[in-house]
Design a protein around this ligand. Structure first.
Ligand SMILES: [Zn+2]
Length: 305
């Protein structure tokens, strides 16, 4: 907490006393002082409670004013929706964080989201990312579910970026690509929550599939024009369709009986599905071991979509 906080509280009390001393006869003044002392006690108690709450709620969500009309629409949606604030509060309750971790919805140049430690740890999620989600998901979900689907996809991104933040602030070791590790963490947290969390994983997976299809089309179109375009094999992220299959594998591995339709509907090849239960258990155990020393309390995080 900032050391300025107690000074601000005293300044407010002083202002209140001065205003009361200037009004009414002496008896009323005594009464006013009594009331003010009482209100001072209450204010101090409330300030102390707020301070304790602020120290607890280190993951916070802010929604910046958007500039572009399409972003402004998402700004309004986010201001009416408590889902991200609820999840931030849950994460504050779960993890012993060394300092504040603000999550900011902001206007950017690109459809992107990131965790950065500079100048202080924070997560930015661009309105442009939500706008791209809406365009990608539009053909895949009923119109009345589009807004909620975009928010659920952004919730998966929220936990992906939170994964980067946890790796950094706790200096956690990761084997393999960090991007794969945080894809898995986000998926595990959401699969471990209620039906909404599972939906968030499904929606985010669909979006990766659609992004992959779009990339395939761009490459095919470029080839027709005689241009040589290829997938970003060099990227820190796995390819979009690989991310899709990884998420499906974890969902299936968590509950093969309930998710048997992933195989029967041809979404998850049987060859991959065979190892998914083991993959899920191994990944879940790895993240549990890494995060256990940093939890305020058990059990494991439960997201709240
Ligand atoms: Zn990432």
């Amino acid at each position: 907490m900032s050391p300025l906080y107690p000074i601000l509280v005293f300044a407010l009390l002083f202002t209140g006393l001065t205003a009361a001393a200037q009004s009414g006869p002496e008896a009323d003044l005594q009464k006013s002082f009594g009331t003010l002392r009482e209100s001072a006690r209450k204010t101090a108690a409330e300030a102390s409670k707020r301070k304790a709450e602020a120290a607890q709620n280190l993951v916070t969500v802010s929604i910046a004013p958007a500039k572009e009309p399409k972003s402004q629409w998402w700004e309004k949606v986010l201001r009416r929706n408590a889902m991200f604030a609820d999840n931030a509060r849950l994460m504050s309750q779960q993890f012993n964080l060394p300092g504040p971790l603000p999550v900011r919805f902001v206007e950017c140049q690109d459809a992107n989201a990131w965790y950065s430690a500079e100048p202080a740890p924070h997560i930015d999620i661009c309105y442009q990312l939500l706008r791209r989600s809406a365009a990608l998901l539009k053909p895949a979900v009923p119109p009345e579910h589009l807004t909620q689907s975009v928010l659920l996809s952004a919730l998966w991104t929220f936990y992906h970026e939170l994964g980067h933040a946890l790796i950094h602030v706790y200096d956690l070791p990761t084997v393999g690509k960090e991007e794969d590790a945080v894809d898995q963490l986000s998926t595990l947290i959401l699969l471990g929550s209620d039906e909404g969390g599972v939906q968030a994983v499904q929606i985010a997976a669909v979006e990766f599939f659609r992004t992959g299809e779009r990339a395939e089309k761009d490459i095919a179109d470029a080839s027709k024009r005689g241009q040589n375009l290829e997938f970003p094999f060099w990227d820190v992220h796995s390819l979009d369709k690989q991310r899709f299959y990884e998420m499906l594998c974890l969902a299936y591995g968590k509950n093969p009986t309930e998710n048997a339709d992933l195989i029967t509907e041809g979404l998850l090849p049987k060859e991959r599905a065979e190892g998914c239960e083991y993959e899920y258990q191994k990944t879940d155990r790895a993240w549990d071991a890494l995060l256990a020393p940093h939890l305020r309390q058990s059990p494991a995080p439960a997201a709240k979509p």
